[in-house]
Design a protein around this ligand. Sequence first.
Ligand code: SF4
Length: 343
Amino acid sequence: MTNQIDTNSLLRVEDLKTWFPAKNNSLLPTEKKFVKAVDGVSFELKQGETFGLVGESGCGKTTIGKTILRLEKATAGKVLFEGKDVFSLNRQELKGFRQKTQMVFQDPYSSLDPRMTVEKIIQENMIIHKAYSKEEREARTEKLLEDVGLAGFHARRFPPELSGGQRQRVCIARALSLNPKMVVCDEPVSALDVSIQSQVLNLLMDLKNSYGLSYLFIAHGMAVVKHISDRIGVMYLGKMMEISPKSELYAQPLHPYTQALLSSIPIPEPGLKRERIILKGDVPSPLNPPTGCRFHTRCKFARPECRECEPCLREIAKDHFVACHLYDDAPEVKKTEQEENKE
Ligand code: SF4
């Protein structure tokens, strides 16, 4: 999928694999088995962009986020951040990388230390990285609280005294404390009440503009990523199935899995209903994924070749990539000479 590369790219993920060793229940003691959580995924995040990564639970999207930030060890592949190979950074370079990249976790209850005040939580990274003087840290904490919609008195509160939405605002303030360039948002609203979710999403969108951020936004629901993303990647069982600009994906989803995910979003018009595509069966185990196309066990369009041969991700409309044999005859988008030279 090399023709997706852009010189404006902040992050490039190339054929990334993250496998975890599995317990060996086989009679052959030498046979090693792996849970292939992420199994050859490529995409890029452009400067100032929000790239939504979506798929059912267990498809590997959170593992991708953690591997990019070196919180999990990659088995193979490359991650380039600002053109530098993240997996070969030395200690000093890694420190710089940690300042420029942050993560907002799904659960604002477990990701904050209940014994620390909000002020200490927000200042912790600044102290570790020796980034600001005491006065600057205090002024910065005040500004961050204001920017995430909290009041000055919240600085002296402890997490158990805050609501779920307020805790997630603290997590966001902490993530912004070192002025990062990229934030990995791992399902940041899924643990919140529905009434609070859109407030936090709107806040993230405002902060993206005011802080000049780029987001890798992970979610399991198509409705959430639609709200915030510029482009979207759809994952299934450790593989990328489709990548497209948001508007095109929702108007013309190509992959049968994307079509099924989109069919579950209600249309906000009284009397109008979308035809729901119900996927049969469970998601297969990443310990023993199906051969060929990983989706073939649940796909109503599956052909004999789908069981044998894995489809590759091809660009069949401008910036629209799909991995499905249904489009094998569709011509790939040709690169211009200028695009080729850029690479
Ligand atoms: Fe379905 Fe075959 Fe396309 Fe896979 S490659 S999504 S099984 S039609």
